[in-house]
Design a protein. Structure first.
Length: 333
């Protein structure tokens, strides 16, 4: 998987398909909505909230909330951002996001495209669950799962398939059946074997940094995404935020968990992974499209990050059935 560290805001992103040099520019106004604290409406007749939403959607943006969230991707591909981790997502991926952990799923869109029912989401109050656990001691072993959720968890394999099915079924259930389905879902996630789950964020992101760092990060990301195929500079991003370079660096790292240069590098390599999986562009073309004019430098950084060359990554994903590209033509040359 491809990773980076970033905070991001978005309401709608549109890809300009077929132009590798502009794929990560996200076709114009990439990021429009400020990060926000989502207020989850409480239903006095329900212990948790189950819903689906489309993409783009006002709720599908960089946000955080006190409720724990179980999130299933039904369709589309793109990049997730959970805490300080970013990586690719696709249909069937299942995530557990802890209380107040910032998160977003950014789909690759053609101009004007709308994805109906992209996500299924279940949200519950951890305080309510704590009280529930007190009167149902058999739920005590779920504590470890909820502790892991503070950093975000991705589920794969049989656990993701079973968990996704259970999550879908809860949408048509009510009363005791819904509670039983909810407990079964948590038990499935809690019982995931080591190969079926992994923790994502290195730490919960701390946004308590005085002035609102969201605006600082947001203005920087507008600039970075528009220039990801060239050379985004910290000095320019700091100027856009009307801050000195040192103050900008401090705010940006506190808000996102990563340095400015580290975030740019991670986003470039994550985009390179997506292009290796989903296009027939050569490695040299992909390197150029994500801002590496020197192919040897791109290959070296990719190998340092993922312990394999770009061509080896593409072949590995093809063998695993995770690539849309069926040719062996591309090389590292």
């Amino acid at each position: 998987m491809c990773f980076a560290i970033v905070a991001i805001r978005t309401e709608e992103r549109m890809h300009r398909m077929g132009k590798p040099s502009q794929l990560d520019a996200l076709a114009g106004n990439v990021i429009k909505a400020l990060p926000f604290r989502e207020v989850i409406p409480r239903d006095p007749g329900a212990s948790f909230r189950w819903r689906t939403h489309d993409y783009p959607d006002p709720l599908a943006r960089w946000n955080r909330h006190p409720e724990v969230e179980i999130h299933l991707i039904r369709r589309s591909t793109g990049r997730y951002i959970i805490g300080d981790a970013i990586g690719p997502f696709g249909p069937g991926q299942l995530f557990l996001v802890g209380s107040n952990l910032p998160h977003d799923w950014i789909s690759d869109l053609r101009p004007g495209e709308h994805i109906e029912g992209r996500d299924v989401v279940l949200q519950f109050d951890p305080v309510w669950f704590g009280r529930f656990r007190e009167v149902v001691p058999e739920l005590g072993d779920i504590s470890g799962l909820l502790a892991r959720s503070d950093r975000g968890v991705e589920f794969r394999g049989d656990t993701a398939r079973t968990g996704g099915r259970l999550l879908e079924e809860i949408g048509s259930q009510s009363g005791a059946s819904a509670i039983a389905g909810f407990i079964s879902l948590l038990a499935t996630l809690n019982g995931a074997p080591p190969g079926d789950s992994r923790t994502l964020s290195s730490r919960p992101v701390d946004h308590a940094v005085g002035a609102d760092p969201s605006d600082v990060v947001a203005s920087a990301l507008d600039y970075i995404f528009a220039n990801l195929d060239s050379e985004p500079r910290l000095s320019v991003a700091a100027g856009i935020a009307n801050m000195s370079e040192s103050a900008f660096s401090r705010y940006f790292k506190n808000a996102s968990g990563q340095t400015f240069s580290g975030m740019v590098k991670g986003l470039r390599l994550t985009q390179a992974c997506r292009l290796l999986e989903q296009t027939d562009a050569t490695v040299a073309q992909i390197a150029q499209s994500v801002g590496y004019s020197n192919l040897s430098n791109f290959n070296r950084r990719f190998r340092d990050e993922y312990s394999m060359t770009p061509s080896e990554y593409r072949r590995t994903r093809m063998r695993a059935g995770l690539s849309a590209f069926k040719s062996e033509a591309a090389t590292d040359d």
